[in-house]
Design a protein around this ligand. Structure first.
Ligand SMILES: NC(=O)C1=CN([C@@H]2O[C@H](COP(=O)(O)OP(=O)(O)OC[C@H]3O[C@@H](n4cnc5c(N)ncnc54)[C@H](OP(=O)(O)O)[C@@H]3O)[C@@H](O)[C@H]2O)C=CC1
Ligand SMILES: O=C(O)C1=N[C@H](C(=O)O)C[C@H](O)C1
Length: 257
């Protein structure tokens, strides 16, 4: 362990939260505030000055804002030398490449972007990737609260990509589907060859089913977040780790091994 790592283990991590008045931001502020090894030094929302975070000496910023603003936030954090934990959705491969480019100029800075910080959700995605090679059919059904701005969810998009990669590696062809899509959207959206259906209903928080099928059997892998508290152990784990992982980490998987 380096001197810097020893020092940082002894002193609380100084954390700023972006999107602090949002559904996730409020939970993150509570969780950071309650963590004995963290100090909540900045709570920033729409209209607030980002420099409040650097002025307060934030070492790690947690971003749960919107896909429209997250790239500017992240660029600013990296420029300031502040590591970042990002839960905001909307990260395409092109966006990740831009982040890698910014980080290349700031070698000490770490950024961790995860489509889902729920430990159960991470496992659900891993199990789905593992099952994918054994089933010719697969569809994803994600279900969320009706105030969610984006569809399909970041988790569903990420799961579809993982499944597509596993299918390609196993040499599986396209998912069989003879249906005529007479009403546009009836068969959901197609992401990397995987159908994704987005449900929105009051009472839901964040849920996903991955339905696999082959001759004579189906397998359903399901995860439910009933409360945003479910994301907090993953967020805190990432906050603790991110300064010691320079460069870009995508997903929580590497931290759970
Ligand atoms: N990775 C994960 O595990 C999870 C990811 N998410 C994702 O996190 C994001 C936020 O979700 P949620 O909390 O439900 O959304 P909310 O809309 O409740 O929160 C977003 C907050 O960000 C604020 N905001 C907007 N622009 C800025 C800005 N430039 N700087 C600082 N704050 C800003 C918003 O303010 P205003 O309302 O005034 O615009 C709002 O308070 C979404 O992309 C969601 O999909 C959600 C749950 C888990
Ligand atoms: O907006 C949400 O609520 C959630 N967003 C993330 C996503 O889009 O996958 C994670 C989780 O599903 C909750």
């Amino acid at each position: 362990m380096t001197d810097e790592q020893e020092k940082s283990q002894a002193e609380p991590v100084r954390v700023g939260v972006l999107g602090a008045r949002g559904r996730m931001g409020v939970e993150v502020c509570k969780a950071v505030d309650a963590a004995p090894d963290m100090d909540l030094v900045a709570m920033i929302d729409q209209g607030d000055w980002l420099f409040n975070a650097s002025d307060a000496g934030a070492e790690v910023v947690v971003d749960f804002t919107t896909p429209d603003v997250v790239m500017d936030n992240l660029h600013w954090c990296i420029d300031q030398g502040i590591s970042a934990v990002v839960g905001t959705t909307g990260f395409t491969e092109q966006r990740l490449e831009r982040v890698r480019g910014w980080l290349a100029r700031k070698p000490g800075v770490g950024v961790l972007i995860a489509p889902n910080f729920g430990i159960g959700a991470v496992l659900m995605m891993q199990f789905a990737a593992r099952a994918a090679r054994h089933f010719e059919s697969v569809e994803i059904i994600e279900q969320h609260h009706p105030r969610k701005l984006d569809a399909p969810s970041g988790t569903a998009t990420h799961t579809a990509r993982l499944i597509a990669t596993a299918r390609a590696e196993a040499g599986l062809g396209p998912v069989p589907d003879a249906t005529k899509d007479e009403v546009p959207g009836a068969r959901g959206a197609e992401i990397d060859g995987v159908r994704v259906h987005a449900v929105r209903a009051t009472g839901l928080v964040a849920h996903q089913e991955v339905l696999f099928g082959t001759t004579g059997e189906t397998l359903t892998i399901r995860h439910d977040s009933y409360d945003r508290a479910s994301f907090m152990p993953g967020v805190l784990l990432a906050v603790r780790a991110v300064r010691h992982r320079p460069g870009l980490t995508v997903g929580l998987d590497a931290l759970l091994d």
